[in-house]
Design a protein around this ligand. Structure first.
Ligand SMILES: [Zn+2]
Length: 331
């Protein structure tokens, strides 16, 4: 089931944890996501961080997570317990929730966002939370706010869009690239989807951001420019996405030129589509010989290809500026 990978990404589940299965309960309006972990040599003691062996697992617990597409989303897992020489048997710190909470960290953040705009009663009714549950969420938020003042800087961010339900729905995910973890999730891929993230950071954290990696997606670019000082100098386009845009451009040139040549009875470009997309270093010697002839020809496609190769070689030096961004961003 493809949704397993989606839920893994939305929940920010990292190895050794994985999504074992996803159960959709349509009548109840619920999605149940079952997490399990692979074999690991050791688990960190929650008190001292030293690597300990697995002691056992607690019985299965549940955490309410952000709704996904209007479905109440519930995680299930059996928390492992580590056995530390000094601190004894302890439940490990799970990556998706604080120890005392029945809600995931992201769910609590959603509730807090709503509490800023609406009464506790309204939020409680809408999210199906009791008075006590709302208070627990608020208490933990205050504590987090205090911790955040001493929060470590986040230097490098990654912003990704994830398609869901075959592209009918999108999510925006913000990752910390240095200590891989999901920092933020929002529905859709609009400017406003990313705007909410910046409010979760302190001024010092915003100033400390050195780079934001992302696809060339105008709403994200606009959000970074609005919220970070010198935002446009901090945007880095993912190499994979740049390669894809350049590859598409070469292919466009090839198609056009092929049509013109073919009309004149010349099939120099017939059957060469994939040659232009491959790395010559990975070709068989025979193929490479044939391709070298093509790339050294006076064809426009060969020139477009050479431009792409040069741009990719320069990638290590690429720095986004508005004019450059527009040039490579427009097809
Ligand atoms: Zn310990």
């Amino acid at each position: 089931m493809q949704d397993r990978e989606l839920y893994r990404q939305i929940l920010g589940i990292e190895k050794p944890w994985f999504v074992e299965r996803v159960e959709l309960k349509l009548d109840e309006g619920e999605v149940h996501v079952y997490l399990e972990h692979g074999e690991v040599a050791s688990w960190a003691c929650p008190d001292c961080g030293s690597q300990c062996k697995l002691y056992d697992h607690q019985p299965e617990r549940q955490w309410r997570h952000l709704d996904t597409c209007q479905y109440e989303t519930i995680l299930h897992a059996k928390p492992p317990r580590s056995e530390c020489g000094e601190h004894g048997v302890k439940v490990i710190q799970l990556p998706w929730a604080e120890p005392s909470s029945r809600f995931t960290a992201l769910f609590e953040r959603l509730a807090i966002d709503w509490l800023k705009a609406a009464s506790q009663k309204a939020v409680g009714e809408h999210l199906g939370l009791s008075w006590d549950e709302i208070h627990g969420i608020m208490e933990r938020a205050v504590e987090r706010g205090l911790n955040r003042r001493e929060a470590e800087p986040i230097r490098r961010l990654g912003v990704d869009e994830k398609a869901f339900r075959k592209g009918h729905k999108y999510f925006t995910l913000v990752n910390d690239l240095d200590r891989p973890r999901v920092l933020y999730v929002a529905e859709d891929r609009k400017k406003s989807s990313l705007d909410g993230f910046w409010e979760t950071l302190t001024e010092a954290q915003k100033e400390g951001i050195e780079a934001v990696a992302m696809d060339m997606w105008d709403p994200y670019i606009a959000s970074v420019r609005e919220h970070l000082a010198d935002g446009e100098t901090k945007i880095v386009f993912d190499k994979f996405h740049v390669a894809k845009h350049l590859g598409d451009a070469v292919d466009k040139v090839r198609r056009k030129e092929h049509r013109i040549l073919k009309a004149a009875g010349d099939d120099s470009l017939t059957g060469t589509r994939y040659d232009w997309l491959r790395n010559p270093a990975a070709m068989e010697p025979e193929d490479r010989k044939a391709f070298n002839k093509l790339r050294n020809s006076g064809l426009k496609t060969a020139r477009a290809w050479a431009l792409k190769e040069t741009a990719m070689a320069l990638f290590g030096y690429l720095r986004w500026t508005p004019s450059f961004g527009q040039k490579i961003g427009s097809p």
